[in-house]
Write a protein that binds this ligand. Sequence first.
Ligand SMILES: NC(=O)c1ccc[n+]([C@@H]2O[C@H](COP(=O)([O-])OP(=O)(O)OC[C@H]3O[C@@H](n4cnc5c(N)ncnc54)[C@H](O)[C@@H]3O)[C@@H](O)[C@H]2O)c1
Length: 367
Amino acid sequence: MKVVKLDIKDKSYKIIIKTNVFKDVVSHHISNYKNSKAIIITDKNVAKYYKQKFTFLFEKSKIKNQIIIIKPGEASKDLVLIKKVAEKLLKTGVKRNDVIYALGGGIVGDFSGFLASIILRGIRFIQVPTTLLAQVDSSVGGKTGVNTVNGKNLIGSFYQPSAVFIDPNTLKTLSKKEFLSGYSEVLKYSLINDKKFFLWLDLNYKKINSRNPSTMINVISKCCIKKAKIVKIDEKEKNYRMLLNLGHTFAHAIEKDINYKIRHGEAVSVGLLMAIKLSILLGITKPNIYNLIESHYNKLKLPTSLKSLDAKRKWLPKSLIRNMLSDKKRTDDNIKFILLKDIGKAFIKNKVNKNKIALAIKEFVND
Ligand SMILES: NC(=O)c1ccc[n+]([C@@H]2O[C@H](COP(=O)([O-])OP(=O)(O)OC[C@H]3O[C@@H](n4cnc5c(N)ncnc54)[C@H](O)[C@@H]3O)[C@@H](O)[C@H]2O)c1
């Protein structure tokens, strides 16, 4: 078992990482919110594996509970659905001391967190993430939200959970694609500021591939510690938290280009390599760093090129750059990039020559 503390003034909370953690969730509820209803939000796929197991423990302890099952997929991160679920909760008598449990991946987490932040002007919520991406990234840090026709995650709030409970065994039922998608975020943390962690991941890739629970507890806790540190310094992403966007400027442009038909993490995998290639083209990084990282990609079978994301598509660097320029989250005309001086040495660069960006992308068109 590992416990990570996220310290942000009056909103501090614990992240508990252990096998069979559902029991701890219920004990925590009994100790802290005895007379509150547990509102469990999950999606259909997760419900298939874990609904019974999770609700049974609440039932056994005679805790009032209610389950809401949403459809899996980005379409559920939607304001109309938020309203529908909120009205259902109001109709069934939700109270300010009730607790929302987000049991699922990042979609369930973002949806539930946003709902919790606005219903009755805010009720408690607890994250119980079941994808690797949610366990190492989205469940920690308090970003919540839904999508709009103008772009992803553009309506939302910063709203911290009261606790996060992570069971590495839930990763066993996750598809290979989803697992690797989350793993790209793990890799990202190591590249940002921890070369030792990268070398450890490289050494332990077989155990990671087999989702060995104790290895995964180490991986997840390490990532949560890193995210907690960054969020503590810059909760609202004014500057330092931007480091977490390593590879993401490219990834968002790729996702947009393909109309979000691939997993976010798949785009991040290629985006990370693009950021390293760009760092090399700008003379900031030594070329051998790229080979070291690429060899790790090959061991885990992570996507390394645009063609590996969609072989039939004609990928155009120009189009990806256009997507970067139209990113709604940009604050001025410059595209900000997170680049690497070395493995574990990421930094924010405000202005980058567009020709170099195009050159970096080109290297991934035909591989
Ligand atoms: N809030 C943040 O800080 C933050 C950070 C990164 C990403 N996100 C958001 O997270 C979302 C992506 O999250 P995700 O990658 O977890 O996707 P997801 O929630 O769609 O889950 C992926 C798929 O796996 C299924 N699933 C979940 N857990 C499972 C399990 N244990 N076994 C079998 N199937 C399971 C889900 O039903 C879904 O089909 C995006 O909407 C993204 O914008 C948020």
